[in-house]
Design a binder for this molecule. Structure first.
Ligand SMILES: Cc1cc2nc3c(=O)[nH]c(=O)nc-3n(C[C@H](O)[C@H](O)[C@H](O)COP(=O)(O)OP(=O)(O)OC[C@H]3O[C@@H](n4cnc5c(N)ncnc54)[C@H](O)[C@@H]3O)c2cc1C
Length: 478
């Protein structure tokens, strides 16, 4: 296939061919260019020279080789959801897997094969057709690839582990354009690094996941309290989740009540604290487990009930749509001491935009029972992950104020910080935060794998782990 590449700076057209490429090539002169370069975060506005929309591993190989032959920077696009916008670069080539969304479930083996551009909605839908699931994210339009490669936190993680704890194998196109299979038995060093190390090691064209019996109906839903009760509710919640069974997954949201059809209109946009729960076990056990939380104070609204798991997985989708502007800060946290609760409850509701919010993910359970270093996901003993999420629509002027709001809250959380989840990092972070996401020994091992598989740092448009070139440079600092 041949395409015209227009260098948007010089406006000089040039004809480029990617040998053997069967997918679509989209350059700046193409009618779909602006749609194809847009990512979930509307604040990201980058103009790649070429978008190579692949339809299979052979296209990915061709695109990687083409990029290297032509000295083009590479960005890899899975679901395009990363808040830092790493799925799209200026001037270079986007290796776009969004047309590769196939999912095949083997119910007898309890496993699923998933292509590298699939979204969680694709996986949930196909696996739930068999009453099966694996840990995925809490918003179903998130990409499987980026989420998995960073670790993967979600409702099921305390029972079934992180997404990476359920990864059985991956097919990877390396920086040399070779197609490898990585698993415990093949390229096990690469397989280790893929389970947390992000998109640093190659383009994953497909994943194989272990599945578990889940639902298809689970006890799940949100409980809403008035924002003025947040401190007390959070203290109760802290004690409540400390001994909760692994089946219970919770995420707390501080912000306004989103205008969802299930929420009565008089509550829309009212400042509220929401505890979302999903119980990955028998409904009756979930009812018993959640009873004390549901009885605390008088919630404004309690929507917990038997719910199709696949529907619950997409319940939050419309609260964080594609195309709004987003700015995030995040950190892992230890157990919620009173001082920490005061900081969160004291700051969380002072954003300007009614769309901004704070989310607190309950970790532990199966996440913390995997030994540190067994996969490349760091900080497994952290109690919670918090994200401070500024969100505003294009044209609204909340951006500066709410960016400042997230930074102020992040600063106030400073004394409590304990690492960070790499997939929650924004695009203006100190590079040391990538190291913080892993801890020293995991990071050093990731550097070794990076040096072995991508010594030229071809895959650097990401939360980058730089190769160590000290040997080849005669012992200088790589
Ligand atoms: C609204 C929202 C909700 C979220 N909720 C959760 C959640 O519940 N749990 C959670 O764990 N995370 C969550 N995240 C974070 C999410 O894990 C990251 O944003 C992740 O990067 C999204 O994956 P993606 O494929 O859509 O990313 P993209 O933006 O497409 O890619 C991000 C990076 O991932 C790498 N990558 C993507 N595809 C491939 C591939 N096929 N091969 C190799 N590298 C690849 C590349 O380095 C790329 O730069 C959420 C994000 C958002 C915006």
């Amino acid at each position: 296939m041949t395409t015209m590449i227009v260098d948007h700076r010089s406006q000089q057209p040039s004809v480029a061919a990617i040998n053997g490429f069967q997918g679509r090539l989209i350059s700046a002169d193409h009618a779909d260019y602006d749609i194809a370069r847009a990512v979930w975060n509307g604040a990201i506005d980058r103009r790649p020279r070429l978008i190579a929309r692949c339809i299979g591993a052979a296209d990915v190989i061709a695109a990687v080789r083409f990029a290297r032959d032509n000295d083009l920077e590479i960005a890899i696009r899975g679901g395009g959801h990363n808040v830092a916008g790493t799925a799209v670069c200026d001037d270079g080539i986007v290796i776009d897997l969004s047309a590769m969304r196939g999912v095949r479930v083997d119910p007898a083996d309890r496993s699923a094969w998933v292509q590298g551009g699939a979204l969680w909605s694709d996986v949930d839908r196909e696996t739930q057709a068999h009453g099966l699931a694996t840990t995925g994210g809490i918003v179903s339009h998130t990409g499987v690839a980026g989420l998995t490669l960073g670790g993967g936190v979600g409702w099921l993680m305390r029972k079934h582990g992180l997404t990476v704890d359920n990864l059985l194998a991956a097919d990877v196109v390396t920086a040399d354009g070779d197609l490898l299979r990585a698993s415990e038995d093949e390229h096990s060093d690469l397989f280790w690094a893929l389970r947390g190390g992000g998109g640093n090691f190659g383009v994953v064209t497909s994943f194989e996941f272990r599945l578990h019996a889940v639902g298809p109906t689970v006890l799940a839903g949100p409980i809403l309290w008035d924002a003025n009760d947040a401190g007390d509710v959070l203290r109760f919640y802290r004690d409540f989740v400390r001994d909760a069974p692994d089946e219970l997954g919770t995420v707390v949201r501080f912000g306004t009540a989103p205008p969802l059809p299930v929420i009565p209109e008089d509550l829309h946009w009212r400042p509220v604290m929401i505890v979302g729960s999903c119980y990955a076990g028998p409904i009756e056990d979930g009812e018993k487990t959640l009873r004390p939380l549901r009885a605390f104070r008088t919630p404004l609204l309690d929507l917990v009930g038997p719910t199709p798991y696949v529907g619950f997985q997409s319940a939050l989708d419309s609260t964080v749509p594609h195309g709004w502007n987003y700015y995030w800060k995040s950190t892992h946290l230890p157990e919620l001491r009173d001082e920490l609760i005061d900081v969160i409850a004291g700051h969380a509701f002072s954003s300007s935009s009614p769309r901004s919010y704070v989310a607190l993910f309950q970790l532990k359970g199966a996440v913390s029972r995997v030994a540190e270093g067994e996969t490349a996901f760091g900080n497994r003993q952290a109690s919670h992950a918090i994200t401070l999420d500024a969100a505003w629509r294009p044209g609204e002027d909340y951006g500066d104020r709410d960016t400042a709001w997230t930074r102020a809250l992040f600063a106030a959380l400073g004394p409590f910080r304990e690492g960070v989840y790499v997939n929650f990092l924004g695009d203006d972070e100190d590079p040391n935060r990538v190291r913080e996401a892993y801890g020293e020994s995991v990071y050093d091992r990731l550097v070794d794998v990076k040096t072995a598989y991508d010594p030229d740092n071809v895959f650097h448009h990401n939360q980058n782990i730089r190769p160590d070139l000290s040997d080849s440079l005669g012992g200088s600092d790589g």
